[in-house]
Each structure stands twice: as structure tokens, then as C-alpha cells.
Design a protein around this ligand. Structure first.
Ligand SMILES: Cc1cc2nc3c(=O)[nH]c(=O)nc-3n(C[C@H](O)[C@H](O)[C@H](O)COP(=O)(O)OP(=O)(O)OC[C@H]3O[C@@H](n4cnc5c(N)ncnc54)[C@H](O)[C@@H]3O)c2cc1C
Length: 413
């Protein structure tokens, strides 16, 4: 197929980070082409949004679509300890009385399609069923991509900037050897979906529940979706979940962990499984840099932390927004150099690190309830972190105190 004039920007991947970047650049009048290897809606994990996604969704003009969707509204998160004790729901609106405090539990095949359609409505040339095989460089500058269309035909296309939003395929990270594995988060997950499982009522229906297994070796997520489906998955260290087990079969492992979590077992006792068992591992990593000459990384192609606190889609949207703004500035100035495209790196990595510290504190066994009772005036900061308001340096003082509490807790254990 012969392509029309080359775009200013090529985006690889049509997940939340790719569609965000593409839409925001197209809004400024630049020509953007997005390549997604799958044709039509595809399965993806990452269903629970957090409140700070609101501000990026607003810029994308996605809020009216979200509001009129049948996604379950999420107002809170709730924790269940290994003894089965249920914490008070943690209502986001108690901290921020604003409509952004209500967010959504989405089925990703539907949400991602909505984002792709929205990108097309904003002028992005969305091409599905096209796989990018390679990002092409001249020296250290990205200049284009080699791709394969759905008929198996290969071609080369050039652009001023290449955005890698390929998720865990991490095309550029892999090519340039930029990946740094997280030394402390070596987790894995195994999950499936249940129809007719227990649901709370009213504002609590859409709460994400985080339930610790007995012995505290792992935790289950419990995420109510529409059509009476609940997403239920176990997260634990990779070695614990997949090594030294008589059976490596996902269903067997899942059921063994269910036995250690009666609170989940009861919730799905009368439910019917509606999907296969799925698993993911080796997902906690980060690139050494967010951009270079003529290229930028966003979403999982830049890095991913952990499923705890559901920060993945927020970070995908936020990095997409920051990259798009830097790219537009660069295109306007005729300067798409590394210095220009990396302008957001320091602040972004600091924000990501703040969420990481909160994740590590949970895995260390620190009780946030106890921490808040000792430092009541820090509750607001913890809420800010949980809703994804990660980019405020003032939060570092509270994180420092959390770090000290983790050290004291670990020394006592
Ligand atoms: C177990 C688990 C649970 C999670 N739970 C949550 C949660 O509850 N909430 C949350 O916010 N996040 C969660 N996440 C994280 C979330 O899934 C990701 O952070 C999010 O999907 C990242 O979006 P993305 O657009 O960067 O990448 P993706 O959503 O992976 O999109 C990448 C896209 O690129 C396409 N692609 C890949 N390679 C190519 C290629 N060569 N050419 C063309 N297209 C290509 C893919 O088909 C895909 O559509 C979870 C992650 C895991 C592992």
C-alpha cells in the first residue's frame, strides 16, 4: 500500500499511553500516525483506574464518553488483612470533594477501543493490524520504522519523532539496552474472571478490594466490572508463585492461594468462572531515560511498577501527556533533540518513585492504619499518593517518615 505524506510523529501501539500521546499531539495540528498490531478489540489486564486519570481524560475529551459508559463507578479502595479483618473503605471524595474523586473500573478491550476511536476523531491516522518490526536509527537519531501490514508486506516509513508505546514489547528499550529491572519488585500475578460473584451495594459496589493471603505471602485484587463480572487475581513474588510447586498449572496455583484467602473464596463461592486463568511475570522495570534524539517512550514501554494501587494506566496517561507536550514544543521549535524531548524525565521519575515507595511499604508489611494513627496529619498525603497525585515534591517528607517506619518495622520483624 502506498502511504500519503510522511507524518510528523509515528506512535507504536494503541494502548492507553499510545492513544493519549497521539491524540494530544494531533490536537495541536500535527500529523500523527498510530500503528497497532492487533486488529479490533484485544484483551488486556489493567482494569482499575485511579482518580488522577481524570485530568488527562479531560484533556483528551474522553470524560463525556466515560460518564455515559456502563463502566462501574469506583469511589474507594478497601483493604482486608491476612486475618480477614476488613478496613473502613477509603473514600477518595473524603479527601478531595471534586468529581475527579469518582473513577471507573473498565474492561480494557472496551476502554482501549474507546481511546483509539477518540484518537481517530481527533485526526490521528489509526492503522490497526500493522506491526512495527523495528525502529530505524541514523546514528543516535530515530528516523523511522520498518513495519509489516496485515498482508505480510513490509515497508519503511519516516517521521520527525517516533513514540514507543508498545507496552511490554519495549521495542526501543530492548534495541538500545535501556532496561533496568527493579531489584526489589520481582512479582508475578495469576488471575481470572467470575460471573455472579459477591458485590457490595451503593457507592461500595465498585470498590477495589485488596485482600492479603494468610501468611502475608501475597494478595488478591478484587475488581468488580460491568455485566456482573469480577476480576480476581493473586500477586506474590515470582518464586513463591511459580517455583517449588508440585504443579505449575495456573488453575492449581490459583486454587492453592484461594485456600489461603477465605475472604476471597467466600466472595466467589456462588460464582461461575467466565474466562481462562491468565498469568504475568517480570513486569517491574524502568528505562534509563524517557527520550533521545527523535524518540520518546511512554507507558509500559517506559516502565511499570506493580499492580498494587492500580497506577499503571495513570502512569501510561501521564507519561503520554508529558511526552506529547514536550514533542509539540520540540516540533514548534524545530528541535526534536534529546535535550528537548527529555525535559519531563526528572519530575516523572520522581513521581513514579513516590508510588514505588508506597508499594514497597505495603510489601514490607507496614500497617498504614498504624502509621496514620501515629502521624494523623499525614493522612492527606497518603491519600494523595493513593489517588495518583504523585508529582508534588511536598510528599517527600511523608515518604521519608514512611521509610523510617518501614525500617523500624523490618528491624522488629
Ligand atoms: C497483573 C497486572 C495487573 C494490572 N492491573 C492494573 C490495574 O488494575 N490498573 C491499572 O491502571 N494498571 C494495571 N496494570 C498495568 C496496565 O496493564 C499497564 O500499565 C497499561 O496497560 C499500560 O498501557 P500502555 O498503553 O503503555 O501499554 P499496553 O496497554 O500494553 O498497550 C501497548 C499496545 O502496543 C501494541 N503493540 C505492541 N507491540 C507492537 C508492535 N511491534 N507494533 C504495533 N503495535 C504493538 C499492543 O498490541 C498493545 O495494544 C496491571 C498490570 C499487570 C501486569
Amino acid at each position: 500500500m502506498i502511504q500519503s505524506t510522511p507524518p510528523n510523529v509515528i506512535v507504536i501501539g494503541g494502548g492507553p499511553s499510545g492513544t493519549t500521546t497521539a491524540t494530544l499531539i494531533a490536537q495541536k495540528g500535527y500529523k500523527v500516525r498510530l500503528y497497532e498490531r492487533e486488529k479490533g478489540p484485544r484483551f488486556h489486564i489493567g482494569e482499575s483506574l485511579i482518580p488522577q486519570t481524570y485530568w488527562v481524560l479531560q484533556r483528551l475529551n474522553m470524560l463525556p464518553k466515560m460518564k455515559s459508559s456502563n463502566y462501574i463507578k469506583k469511589y474507594s479502595v478497601q483493604f482486608v488483612g491476612s486475618s480477614g479483618r476488613l478496613s473502613e473503605p477509603f473514600y477518595f471524595v473524603d479527601h478531595k470533594p471534586h468529581e475527579s474523586s469518582q473513577t471507573w473500573q473498565v474492561r480494557r478491550s472496551e476502554f482501549d477501543k474507546m481511546m483509539l476511536d477518540n484518537a481517530a476523531e481527533h485526526g490521528v491516522d489509526v492503522q490497526q493490524g500493522v506491526r512495527v518490526l523495528e525502529v530505524l536509527f541514523e546514528g543516535d537519531r530515530a528516523v523511522g520504522v520498518r513495519l509489516q501490514d496485515e498482508n505480510g508486506e513490509e515497508r519503511i516509513e519516516h517521521a520527525d519523532v517516533i513514540v514507543d508505546a508498545s507496552g511490554q514489547s519495549t521495542l526501543i528499550q530492548g534495541k538500545l539496552g535501556l532496561r533496568e529491572w527493579d531489584p526489589e519488585l520481582k512479582k508475578a500475578a495469576c488471575w481470572t474472571y467470575w460471573e455472579g460473584a459477591y458485590r457490595d451495594t451503593g457507592h461500595d459496589e465498585g470498590a477495589t478490594v485488596v485482600l492479603q493471603v494468610q501468611g502475608k505471602a501475597g494478595w488478591f485484587w478484587y475488581i468488580p466490572l460491568h455485566d456482573n463480572i469480577v476480576s480476581v487475581g493473586i500477586v506474590a513474588s515470582h518464586d513463591y508463585l511459580f517455583k517449588n510447586r508440585p504443579s505449575k498449572d495456573f488453575e492449581t496455583i490459583y486454587n492453592e492461594e484461594l485456600e489461603k484467602c477465605p475472604a476471597v473464596k467466600q466472595r466467589i463461592a456462588n460464582a461461575k468462572r467466565s474466562d481462562i486463568y491468565r498469568a504475568a511475570k517480570e513486569y517491574s522495570y524502568r528505562s534509563k531515560q524517557v527520550a533521545g534524539n527523535g524518540w520518546a517512550l511512554v507507558g509500559d514501554a517506559l516502565g511499570f511498577l506493580d499492580p498494587l494501587y492500580s497506577s499503571g494506566v495513570l502512569l501510561a496517561l501521564k507519561s503520554g501527556q508529558l511526552a506529547a507536550d514536550a514533542i509539540c514544543e520540540g516540533l514548534a521549535a524545530g528541535d526534536t533533540s534529546e535535550a528537548k524531548l527529555r525535559s519531563w524525565e526528572v519530575d516523572y521519575f520522581r513521581g513514579m518513585e513516590r508510588m514505588r515507595q508506597l508499594v514497597l511499604a505495603y510489601y514490607s508489611g507496614l500497617s498504614f492504619g498504624k502509621f496514620v494513627s501515629q502521624h494523623p496529619h499525614r493522612k492527606g498525603d497518603i491519600t494523595d499518593l493513593l489517588i495518583g497525585d504523585l508529582f508534588r515534591p511536598e510528599l517527600d517528607e511523608t515518604l521519608g517518615l514512611i521509610g523510617e517506619a518501614v525500617k523500624a518495622h523490618t528491624a522488629m520483624a
